[in-house]
Design a protein around this ligand. Sequence first.
Ligand SMILES: [Zn+2]
Length: 421
Amino acid sequence: MSASKQLEVNQQRLWDSIMAMAEVGPGLEGGSCRLALTDEDRDGRDLFVKWCREAGCTISIDDMGNIFARREGTDNTLPPIVAGSHLDTQPHGGKFDGIYGVLCALEVIRTLNDFDVQTTAPTEIVVWTNEEGSRFSPAMISSGVYAGLFEKPYAWSRTDNNGLTLLDELKRINYLGDEACGEHQIGALLEAHIEQGPILEGKEKTIGIVVGAQGVRWYDVTVKGRDSHAGSTPMPGRRDALVASGEMIGILQTLALDHAPDGVCTVGEMHVKPNSRNTIPGEVFFTIDVRHPDGDVLDSMAGQLLRNCAACADRHGVEVDIKEIWHNPPVQFDPGCIGAVSEAVEVLGYSRMEIVSGAGHDACQICRVAPTSMIFVPCAGGLSHNEHESAEPKDLEAGGNVLLHAMLKLAGSSSLDRSSS
Ligand SMILES: [Zn+2]
């Protein structure tokens, strides 16, 4: 057994920290309500900063309110190895979404302190502002500014339902920092998170080695035929927009099944005009949501979707207009970071599987500018964005140990290298 294998996080301390944070802005049913940049969010941040200072970290804050807590390494010219997530919650948020990733990183720092481990590169904990997007839209806005996906003035000018701006609220709670967002160095970023889905639990795996996040394309589709009498219009020569749309749904279903299990395609909304029992429908609007983890495959699915729906429209003598309204390309995490996580899981002996994130995370933004990957642990029933969200202490501990050893691998540690060789 190598020396580094004996290094383990403290399950009870991690659990107690998560429970203590849940008490800041408690929900009515056991979860939390800490909407971004509210007094509750400020109190949660203050508690986190206090804990980090007690662990010997120095704090820096950027002008999107992102917090970095730093533990020095032996070579502080190296860019830091960073881990973290978000502390804001949904209005009926759980205790774990985001919070786990932040406090898991804090637990790693505390463990390094306990065992007096010196890393070569510095290690840091990050808290990203307004990940949830429930107070200020869009979600993941501050990691998005960091990654250059949003302009800062745009982000600062976002308003909540009462017309308060993100910038004013940052100032009000005293978290408008002086570092320019995006300039803080990140050598690599790891984000631990509950899965928020049922896959790990269903397959009885403790650790999800997250290799990326799937890509999404959204379309608005309008099919135009001709209204006419349901009784006196013979079947040949009808231009029935709904019959054509129905066939298009079948085409989309086949397309997704041809790309199973990774490809998914959903028509979730449909409006029929004139929506009258005895009139042949002259116009139909429907939506398409198509997803796949591989960008080339997603592009090819998109191409087939457009061609096949156009051919279908021709057969039915109707017109189809398909507008793409959103495209979020898939994300592939960094092989080096995935490798560090895989190696840690291997050494620790947890059951594991590779997994693609179905949801968006700060890591999915940062991976565009720094080496990044994620670690998933199971949550009960896959339930999240719900006050009853829950996870097992032993699984949370396992994720903590994986994060610890992956960070050590990335940051390097001469003392451990010597004792384990
Ligand atoms: Zn989250």
